[in-house]
Unconditional design. Structure first.
Length: 193
């Protein structure tokens, strides 16, 4: 193909792309190799959050904002490759939540599923759909999607856990929503165990 003909074809294609762009249409052949790559591709980056650095910040957050003001006093762990997206991967959110002695995190429910891995403290609880569970370091608690839950700390020591939720995945499906409870705490009707 001659240079003149190549230039003419390129100009015709550019004019076509500009025309269809006005209707929010794009040609797949121009983007195919960037959206479906030959090898896995992710902006996520490896990162280590050191407890020795996080614990003082968690304590400072406890002094700066009450659990009542924050609703959930959490420091979000953001992947360095996903800054501003409040996520640790494309499909997961992670954060460190602090509940100080005497505090509660009020009743609510949401479309996201949650997990909690207890990092510090003993004696705080979570209540999920009427069942209250007292937590200790090393415990792993799950909260299914759309179940009412609240947390409280009647103990004398702070409690910290890592929250993991499928927030980004549920958001991708445009299915994120929540409902606050009609009271701060739910009536628990089932004994632990």
């Amino acid at each position: 193909m001659s240079a003149v003909l190549q230039s003419s074809v390129a100009a015709a294609r550019r004019a076509f792309y500009d025309k269809i762009d006005k209707a929010n249409v794009t040609p797949l052949w121009e983007v195919l190799h960037s959206i479906i790559t030959a090898t896995p591709s992710t902006p996520c980056k490896p990162h280590l959050w050191k407890w020795d650095q996080m614990w003082p910040w968690i304590q400072e957050a406890g002094r700066l904002i009450s659990a009542k003001e924050a609703e959930r006093r959490v420091l979000v762990l953001e992947n360095p490759g996903l800054r501003g997206r409040s996520s640790i991967t494309h499909s997961l959110y992670a954060g460190l939540q602090l509940i100080l002695p005497g505090e509660i995190a009020p009743l609510h429910r949401h479309s996201q599923s949650a997990l909690r891995f207890i990092l510090l403290g003993t004696g705080a609880y979570t209540a999920v759909d009427g069942e209250k569970v007292t937590m200790s370091v090393g415990d792993f608690v799950i909260t299914p999607s759309w179940t009412f839950h609240d947390h409280g700390n009647p103990s004398e020591e702070p409690m910290v856990w890592m929250d993991g939720l499928d927030v980004p995945l549920v958001e991708l499906l445009d299915a994120q929503f929540m409902e606050k409870g009609s009271q701060e705490l739910q009536h628990t009707h089932q004994t632990e165990g």
